[in-house]
Design a protein. Structure first.
Length: 362
């Protein structure tokens, strides 16, 4: 009698104190396993007198059932505890900021293109695109660039192997090339659409050139505005507003310097006011001038090449280098560094996605 009671209390405590499912299984085997103490005690029932067996049988069974139940209960408790512990240890706090070492960066070129197109968009321009592999007509002839123009020479242009194409009088050889400027997008747009036209075309261009200030690929943004009664005053207002917005200098002075482009007449290059102090370039301060873009009134021949009546319509165009604009605005000294894919450079000059959305405020 005292044996079974002693065993009951020993095992009840052991069950309660079991810290893991393994511990609990050890206790179960010791008490209720084949060779367990309770099981062995049950076996003694056979040798007892019927009287004694009746009393002790009930008692032993009760203890066995009770311990079994306790074990089951404890098992369930341990499982709940384990689940709670796992949930706590694996919780992800989604409100924490992202880990900086994993944050990517927006390349300054992407950022500059974004800022440029945003400004032009706000002035009512649409963004247009064209292919990088162009034909000779769109890249040169239609833009009034005669065959003897230096831009056509091999050292500037990447030509593709000539392809045969069916022409009116049989097979003709078609010259294809990697576009050397975004100006062919002007041609493509005017061929497709009737005026009024107001587009900017950002994109990659290619020239066979490599030194400190030239890379074989770079980026330009082209602007084209065609309508009735358009004159140089519209061009000046448009690019002045653009430069002041892009460089965030509301008083910035611009200089229109007469120049030459085959596709515009008259043509001009635009300089912005700047100053150099202790080797540093300060935009918007008087003293010196810095060239930022080319522009002009679209040449009547270009309009006619695209089927637009030059007596009825006029327009202006402009073109600028995106790398150059990014270098000036973000203070990047070396053009070639844009293409070095140097992680440290990108971390230094790159923009976070949030900054990019907010218009590049660093
Ligand atoms: N296409 C010229 C270049 O690559 C840039 C340019 C100058 C474009 C004047 C224009 C323009 O549309 O009007 O050098």
């Amino acid at each position: 009698m005292s044996d079974i009671k002693a065993l009951e209390s020993t095992y009840s405590i052991a069950i309660l104190e079991a810290a893991s499912l393994n511990d609990l299984e050890v206790v179960r085997l010791k008490a209720l396993g084949k060779q367990g103490e309770i099981s062995l005690l049950m076996k003694t029932l056979g040798k007892m007198s019927p009287e004694e067996r009746k009393d002790k049988g009930v008692l032993f069974n009760d203890v066995r059932t009770k311990l079994s139940k306790n074990i089951e209960q404890k098992k369930a408790d341990l499982a709940t505890q384990a689940l709670t512990a796992r949930l706590v240890s694996e919780t992800v706090d989604v409100s924490l900021p992202e880990r900086p070492e994993e944050a990517g960066a927006i390349h300054p070129l992407t950022q500059a293109e974004y800022e440029l197109t945003e400004i032009f968009r706000s002035m009512g321009f649409h963004v247009a695109e064209g292919p990088h592999i162009e034909n000779d007509f769109n890249n040169f002839s239609a833009l009034n660039i005669p065959p003897e123009h230096p831009a056509r020479e091999e050292q500037d242009t990447f030509y593709l192997p000539k392809r045969e194409k069916e022409g009116v009088d049989g097979k003709i050889l078609k010259t294809m090339l990697l576009r050397t400027q975004t100006s062919p997008v002007q041609i493509r747009t005017m061929m497709k659409k009737k005026p009024p036209i107001r587009i900017v075309a950002p994109g990659r261009v290619y020239r066979s050139d490599y030194d400190q200030t030239h890379t074989p690929t770079f980026h330009q943004i082209e602007g084209l505005f065609i309508d009735r009664n358009i004159h140089m005053g519209h061009l000046k207002r448009c690019v002045t507003d653009f430069c002041r917005a892009f460089f965030e200098l509301p008083e910035l002075k611009l200089r229109f310097r007469p120049s030459f482009f085959p596709f515009t007449e008259p043509s001009a290059e635009i300089d912005i006011e700047c100053n150099r102090r202790d080797g540093e370039l300060i935009l918007g301060e008087s003293g010196d001038w810095l060239e930022v873009m080319g522009c002009g009134m679209v040449h009547p021949k270009v309009l006619e090449n695209c089927g637009i009546d030059s007596n009825e319509y006029q327009g202006f165009a402009f073109g600028l280098g995106i790398e150059r604009m990014a270098m000036l605005k973000y203070g990047i000294p070396d053009l070639r560094s844009f293409y070095d894919t140097d992680q440290r450079w990108l971390r230094h000059y790159g923009f976070s996605a949030f900054e990019a959305l907010m218009g590049g405020a660093k």
